[in-house]
Ligand binder design. Sequence first.
Ligand SMILES: [Zn+2]
Length: 162
Amino acid sequence: MKCPFCGSVHDQVLDSRSIEHTSAVKRRRECFNCKKRYTTFERPEKATLMVVKSDNRREPFELKKVLGGVNRSCRKRSISAETMDKIVSEIENEIMGEYVMEVPSSIIGEKILEKLWDIDLVAYIRFASVYRKFGDIDTFMKELKKLKKEHTKRQKTRVCSY
Ligand SMILES: [Zn+2]
């Protein structure tokens, strides 16, 4: 730790306590050089979990992608935002608990399916029918967007043609 007063890196930890409900640690330190005291807050760096996709490319795990997939599958179903949030954080907890460095994208998909199965069969079937065919969330999302675009285009054409 670098002393905020003189910049010396030699210090002594006087007191160390963890902050409740977080993984952060508060430390009271004294500088060996100038003898001044200061407090530091340290929190462990969360390692970025990488998702291994079906083509072996890797990308950082993003919760919003999981939420996006769940959201779309649950569209127009009577599923509250709270329930969707709950599913997503359950999936996050499970994945963070079971995988440290890398997680196959197929595992994430399977977990989403598991959760949807418990709450809404229509949402499950929606996710399964597209997801199983494409094997990962990215392709699934791209395909959904394409379908949506085509649908909008078709509607526009209908409006314009007579
Ligand atoms: Zn100092």
